[in-house]
Design a protein around this ligand. Structure first.
Ligand SMILES: Nc1ncnc2c1ncn2[C@@H]1O[C@H](COP(=O)(O)OP(=O)(O)OP(=O)(O)O)[C@@H](O)[C@H]1O
Ligand SMILES: [Mg+2]
Length: 224
């Protein structure tokens, strides 16, 4: 039987805006099996990034459950959750979120250092070489181009070999040619390391590179 890496059941999320309640996700169910890649598409404002924050445990649902590799995120204390996230999840945001005072190599090495993994420098160098950035190890984010920074962020996201990679519009801030090259590297890393990935994108061609496409519409996800 296929092992589920991500299992979401009956997820509800609303935001409060003054006296108003904005219901964003309603009774949402979603499963992704080990080794699969799933794309999430949907209109702007439909709740895709909200869903990704809930999967990453960066925000909590009003009700319902997110399980990653069998672990319900809601059962973890804050510190346990931070550790669980570091060990199991790789996260790529649209706006890189790199540490501006750390070099490319140091940014990639950071998650390994936090987890006390062995040979962090060697592993970080290897990850950077997988995204063709060995020649920029010592550059700071401010000295790198957009596409290069996104490649650093991608290397950082998979350097700990996470079970689940979450990518929210990873090529959104890149021009189409650079975006395509960076996405080629992302899909190659996912295939090489047999990772499971959830990818949010408005780019239909990119979505079609995934094994499954889901649409977020009317507050819920439907496979299309
Ligand atoms: N902290 C918040 N408080 C109130 N409303 C919020 C909050 N965060 C998001 N929203 C609202 O929730 C809705 C969904 O936002 P979300 O960022 O998840 O959309 P999205 O599908 O990722 O859109 P996009 O494609 O533009 O990135 C939006 O209408 C947004 O205004
Ligand atoms: Mg979004």
């Amino acid at each position: 039987m296929q092992k589920e890496i991500l299992e979401i059941s009956q997820l509800n999320k609303s935001y409060h805006q003054g006296s108003e309640t904005l219901e964003i996700l309603k009774d949402l169910d979603f499963k992704v099996s080990e080794g699969m890649t799933a794309a999430i598409v949907g209109a702007s404002g439909s709740g895709k990034s909200t869903l990704m924050s809930l999967i990453a445990g960066l925000d909590s649902p009003n009700s319902g459950q997110v399980k990653i590799n069998g672990q319900a995120l809601g059962d973890l204390e804050e510190q346990q959750l931070t550790r669980f996230r570091g060990e199991n999840l790789g996260i790529i945001f649209q706006q890189f979120h790199l540490m501006s005072h750390l070099s490319a190599l140091e940014n990639v090495q950071l998650p390994l250092d936090i987890l006390n993994r062995e040979q962090p420098k060697e592993k970080a160098k290897e990850a950077l070489s997988l995204v063709n950035l060995s020649h920029r190890e010592r550059h700071l984010p401010g000295q790198l181009s957009g596409g290069e920074n996104q490649r650093v962020a991608i290397a950082r996201s998979f350097v700990v070999k996470p079970r689940l990679l979450l990518a929210d519009e990873p090529s959104g801030s890149l021009d189409s040619e650079t975006g395509e090259q960076v996405m080629d590297l992302l899909f190659k890393a996912v295939a090489d390391q047999k990772m499971t990935m959830v990818l949010v994108t408005h780019d239909r061609l990119l979505a079609e590179r995934c094994d499954e496409i889901w649409e977020l519409k009317n507050k819920t996800l439907t496979k299309i």
